[in-house]
Design a protein around this ligand. Structure first.
Ligand code: GLC
Ligand code: CA
Length: 578
């Protein structure tokens, strides 16, 4: 009898060892977990290069700056970097207006710097995901210069033009334009061009097969350099009905319904997969996931050969100046989880470079609760199913900027909207309050390295003001404190890396209606973890019905974590259940 029980046990251990070795060599899969992939198991750390570290004192972050901080990045325990655009750009939209896709923005450095950065990351076992901005280019891209020069230019159809003798084109809303008008008249050829974003970001014409080949060529250029993935900026808007039918009045209130997932978008992605993605060992994720769960599935179901994972906005969009409802928050994340439980893969995030700060929007940035609430939110992000995308500075609990004057803001979209609001006689105090809470510049202030001038970000004048709280909230201070937000981040990342159950395990929501606490289990191959999170600034109980007296506490953000489900303000605890 003894032998019998011993043998299968040994067998399982050996199998486990073999499968782990196999996985690291990409040969054998661990049968006990579904379809393992590096990009599912990775924690992705997003770097906003303009604000991370300035190496040459011009006030702008750069590639050499990132290189000088590689050991810090490595110390976080993250697996991959998503780098916001670093291509040549006149910087109307901080690099999201590309004038040369095969060169590096002067402010950021040179191609040699890029090669050194990639090598530095790879030497440390960290992968690099690049931002690919191909719904639009800059109006200073050579293609656009040629395109606007004459109606017969071979580049004319690289963009969307509407000849003025046909009258005014049907209204299209622009997200970034002062007048909200996405058609810009150009007298040179007496025609309008289309720009869903700013006037300096003309939309590329994906319906033109030549344009598509150009983009695949650009992707191959970077993939040949050995990068590990692409994040496709605004790509859900890329395909268009080029007859430009009229849209109903007021459509802009729900513009995504009219702009996202149009025409042959899936066809273009399948072509991109065939021509580029399938030929390289790269991961792919597009910004946005369409309008429905079905859209999202169609983007990422493996047998459709399009993209690897969905990046949906439903969660990140929930925070409002008036707060948000936790049951609604739980409902959104649970709905997405269950829709992707068997097929497809999600990313998990609550912040990025287009949002204000994580702790200011979803937590509580008052001195009393900033640290615990930042840790609680980080616990959430690292214990859900899906690939976490974590924004730089959130690991320090960096907060919103506290700007009060429009002159302090730099974001073109915010400045244009300011002009627009003024032109329609809007309540400007209200607008200033709104942007203080939600403007993306809040998430773009310089990274806080230490308490020296400019938070150690730059020896020059930073392109955007440093947050006034940098003397207390910075890497150097937090390194010294074992209980800092930074050191908690490292612990919870390590916990995720050590527990495959947190990556692939089944998610089950408990105590659904509880307005204050979020409780769920994660289960895989007999291992079961329980996560309890208090989202409120008061003591609150999670009523899970689980006896916690036998549970093992793996991590918590209080020195004496709850052992009975009664949680301190913003308390987070991860248990292993027996
Ligand atoms: C995406 C980017 C954003 C940019 C916009 C236009 O939403 O994330 O930063 O402004 O596309 O490229
Ligand atoms: Ca610089």
């Amino acid at each position: 009898m003894k032998r019998k029980t011993f043998l299968p046990g040994l067998f399982i251990v050996v199998l486990f060892l073999i499968s782990n070795i196999g996985f690291s060599q990409n040969q054998i899969k661990n049968d006990s977990t579904p379809d393992r992939k590096w990009w599912k198991e990775a924690v992705v750390y997003q770097i906003y290069p303009r604000s991370f570290k300035d190496n040459n004192g011009d006030g702008i972050g750069d590639l050499k700056g990132i290189i000088s901080k590689l050991d810090y990045i490595k110390s976080l325990g993250v697996d991959a970097i998503w780098l916001n655009p670093i291509y040549s750009s006149p910087n109307d939209d901080n690099g999201y207006d590309v004038s040369d896709y095969r060169d590096i923005m002067k402010d950021f450095g040179t191609m040699a710097d890029f090669d050194a950065l990639l090598k530095g990351l790879h030497d440390r076992g960290i992968k690099l995901v690049m931002d690919l901005v191909v719904n639009h280019s800059s109006d200073e891209h050579e293609w656009f210069k040629q395109s606007r020069s004459s109606r017969t230019s071979p580049y004319r159809d690289y963009y969307h033009w509407w000849n003025a003798e046909q009258g005014k084109p049907p209204y299209r809303y622009s997200l970034f334009d002062v007048n909200h008008d996405a058609w810009r008249y150009d007298s040179l050829t007496n025609a309008y061009y289309l720009h869903y974003f700013s006037r300096k970001q003309p939309d590329l014409n994906w319906e033109n097969p030549k344009l598509r080949q150009e983009i695949y060529g650009i992707m191959k250029f970077w993939a040949d350099k050995g990068i590990d993935g692409f994040r496709l900026d605004a790509f859900q808007f890329a395909a268009k009905d080029t007859t430009f039918p009229g849209f109903p009045k007021g459509f802009e209130k729900n513009f995504s319904q009219y702009y996202a997932m149009q025409g042959n978008l899936h066809g273009y992605l399948q072509q991109m997969y065939k021509e580029v993605l399938s030929r390289y060992n790269v991961m792919s994720v597009a910004e946005g996931a369409g309008n429905t769960l079905e859209d999202a599935h169609n983007l990422v179901d493996a047998n459709r050969h399009e993209l690897n994972m969905a990046y949906a906005f439903d969660g990140v969009d929930l925070a409002k100046p008036t707060g948000y409802s936790l049951p609604h928050f739980k409902e959104v994340f649970s709905r997405w989880d269950s829709a992707f439980a068997d097929k497809g893969w999600l990313s998990i995030f609550l912040a990025n470079h287009d949002q204000a700060r994580l702790v200011s929007r979803f937590g509580n940035d008052s001195p009393q609760f900033r640290e615990v609430s930042a840790k609680m939110l980080t616990t959430f992000l690292m214990t859900m199913r899906g690939t976490p995308f974590y924004y730089n500075g959130d690991e320090l609990g960096m907060t919103n900027a506290g700007f009060t004057k429009i002159e302090d803001y730099r974001d073109m979209a915010t400045l244009n909207e300011y002009k627009h609001q003024k032109s329609i006689g809007a309540d400007m105090d209200k607008y200033m309050q709104r942007i203080a809470f939600e403007c993306r510049d809040n998430g773009r202030t310089p990274f806080q390295w230490d308490s020296s001038a400019n938070a150690g970000f730059s020896t020059g004048t930073p392109w955007i003001q440093v947050n006034k709280n940098y003397k207390t909230i910075n890497v150097a201070e937090e390194e010294k404190d074992p209980n800092s937000v930074l050191n908690y981040f490292r612990k919870v990342v390590k916990l995720r890396k050590d527990n495959l159950v947190l990556v692939y395990g089944k998610y089950t929501l408990l105590d659904k209606q509880n307005p204050d606490t979020y409780a769920y289990t994660r289960e895989l191959n007999g291992k079961k973890l329980l996560v309890l999170l208090n989202f409120k600034a008061k003591v609150a109980a999670a009523n899970t019905g689980i006896d916690l007296s036998q549970a093992k506490i793996l991590l918590g953000n209080y020195s004496h974590p709850s052992n009975n489900g009664t949680l301190q303000p913003y308390e987070a605890v991860i248990y292993e259940l027996k």
